[in-house]
Write a protein that binds this ligand. Structure first.
Ligand code: NAD
Ligand code: MG
Length: 390
């Protein structure tokens, strides 16, 4: 039986992962499940899957979790330290599906035990890619991408020589506002930004899709995970979300990964890897789709992509600055403190201010340094927002 742990089990990726495990219970032993504030969901899943351990990220919810699991054999724990302990519990396969940089310490801890880490938490790679890769190498752990575009690239590269790759293209749906008049973007509301045309995902990544900050993160993620140069990584807007990524080889051939927009495909690929097993996905009917379209992303609509290029050029800990500023701006957009288009402006300002300190950005990429830069960048984002709002 495969021992599996799911970090961020109550979220969108976590629930899709449990959906696959539910279909083949004889193959899996659930070790640990972690969640945030949704204690009812966490407790129900821990009972259904017979988890050894259930952890909420929030100390103050420990007693609620304990009460919800009273009379069962499930151990309970709470807090950031408990998340790391859950990730360290021996397991063959760990899903990293916490949202935000909060997912980094547990991702890191899971790798330390030499497991196979299915990595949905792109923030880990953007903030500390080299650290994760080095840790995996030392601990003989494996990292498998779960982000759909990166899983697509990974699959298109099986059996290929990395030196034969000319370029890679990741696609973007264009998000909720791809066809809005540019001048309307400033007035976009939270509800409008939270509705994705093709994918059903958590609220934060859905808003990041509308602003293209999700794709900006993914360009950096592709660089960190596969080691492509920034010039090799391209983005195309593809409204149908059927082609997830393409690899262009030196002989002019192109390998495209094509499939329905359903996260259970990349999750299932990582769960069954290195095998390919049947998955409960809708089968594509290309004739019914009729056509697939592609276009260049408009730089005026999506400043996030330019900022990602600046981060990749700057390297060092600038990925941690970028991610923290983005996370904080998202909080401020959700709370109504800033408008939709202000997010990119504030993030750019934070990058300028924090990156001015070379010794900070060029420091060695360690967990402590990443979390320190993350903290400073969040403070800086709050400061910039305060200044703007007078
Ligand atoms: P979500 O918001 O639906 O779920 C997030 C999970 O993390 C929940 O279990 C929540 O309780 C937990 N969590 C939130 N804050 C936490 C904290 N501070 N500490 C510990 N746990 C916390 O998010 P999601 O859409 O499932 O995305 C999860 C990750 O996967 C993100 O990094 C996202 O970018 C990535 N991802 C998601 C999708 C998708 O389809 N949803 C696709 C590709 C990549
Ligand atoms: Mg993606």
């Amino acid at each position: 039986m495969k021992r599996v742990t799911i970090l961020g089990a109550t979220g969108s990726v976590g629930q899709n992962t449990l959906d696959l495990i539910r279909r083949a219970p004889e193959r899996y032993k659930v070790v640990a499940l972690t969640g945030g504030r949704n204690i009812a969901q966490l407790a129900a899943d821990a009972l259904e899957f017979g988890a050894e351990l259930a952890v909420t990220a929030h100390d103050e919810l420990l007693e609620d979790l304990r009460a919800a699991l009273k009379g069962s054999d499930v151990e309970v724990a709470a807090g950031a330290g408990a998340l790391v302990e859950a990730a360290e519990r021996p397991a063959h396969w760990v899903m990293s599906a916490i949202v935000g940089v909060a997912g980094l310490p547990p991702s890191f801890a899971a790798l330390g035990q030499g497991t196979t880490l299915a990595l949905a938490n792109k923030e880990s790679l953007v903030t500390a890619g080299q650290l994760l890769k080095n840790t995996a190498r030392q601990a003989r752990a494996t990292i498998l991408p779960v982000d759909s575009e990166h899983s697509a690239l990974f699959q298109a590269l099986v059996g290929e020589d990395a030196a034969a790759v000319d370029r890679v293209i990741i696609t973007a749906s264009g998000g909720a506002f791809r066809d809005w008049p540019l001048e309307d973007l400033a007035k976009a509301t939270l509800a409008e930004a939270s509705a994705h045309p093709n994918w059903d995902m958590g609220q934060r990544i859905t808003i990041d899709s509308a602003s293209m900050f999700n794709k900006a993160m993914e360009v950096i993620e592709a660089r960190e995970f596969f080691g492509f140069t920034p010039e090799q990584i391209e983005v195309l807007v593809h409204p149908e979300s059927i082609v997830h990524a393409m690899v262009g080889f030196c002989d002019g051939g192109f390998m495209a990964h094509v499939g329905p927009p359903d996260m259970r495909h990349p999750i299932g690929y990582a769960l069954n890897w290195p095998q390919r097993d049947a998955l409960p996905l809708e089968r594509l009917d290309l004739a019914a789709l009729g056509q697939l379209t592609f276009r260049e992303p408009d730089p005026a609509r999506y400043p996030a992509l330019r900022l990602a290029r600046e981060v990749m050029a700057r390297r060092g800990l600038s990925g941690a600055v970028f991610n923290a500023a983005k996370e904080r701006c998202l909080d401020h957009f959700i709370s109504g403190a800033i408008g939709f288009t202000h997010m990119a402006e504030v993030i750019e300002e934070v990058l300028t201010r924090v990156s001015a300190d070379n010794s900070l950005i060029d420091a060695e990429i360690t967990l402590d340094h990443v979390l320190h830069v993350d903290h400073l960048s969040r403070q800086c984002a709050d400061e910039v927002v305060r200044e703007r709002n007078g």
